[in-house]
Ligand binder design. Structure first.
Ligand SMILES: [Cu+2]
Length: 131
């Protein structure tokens, strides 16, 4: 029982160290991500990325609908963790990890249901329905 508790404590320490490292900025991390599919201009839908006690972060709203040619803007508002907006196919769009204050805009020119997620928080998912 004592050994088991020590194991948990060690895991907790590792997580704290990891989050300190990623929050330090200054590059040099293993994240060599290049944003993909970034657009510009005025978005017709805005998704806030906020903190959530159950999933670390969440997309609010998780599902938005636009018509072809329209754009969606994601506003990174979670000051507690970085997040990404990454299409499930990993090619259509990818904001890479961003901190609070960042914005990412993607323009959708083809109809479909574009599901996306956060690369470091598997429980964070959303989708953009384009008609
Ligand atoms: Cu995240």
């Amino acid at each position: 029982m004592i050994v088991w508790k020590m194991g948990i404590a060690a895991i907790g320490s590792a997580l704290v160290l990891a989050s300190c490292g990623s929050g330090g900025g200054g590059g040099g991390s293993s994240d060599n991500c290049t944003p993909k599919g970034a657009g510009s201009g005025t978005a017709s839908q805005t998704v806030k990325i906020v903190s959530d006690p159950n999933t670390v972060g969440k997309f609010d709203p998780a599902s938005v609908s636009v018509t072809k040619g329209q754009s969606v803007e994601w506003d990174f508002q979670d000051t507690a963790a970085q997040h990404s907006v990454t299409s499930d196919d990993n090619t259509t769009f990818d904001s890479c990890l961003q901190s609070a204050g960042a914005k990412f805009i993607a323009t959708f020119n083809t109809a479909g249901d574009f599901k996306y997620h956060c690369t470091i928080h598997a429980q964070m998912t959303g989708d953009v329905k384009v008609s």
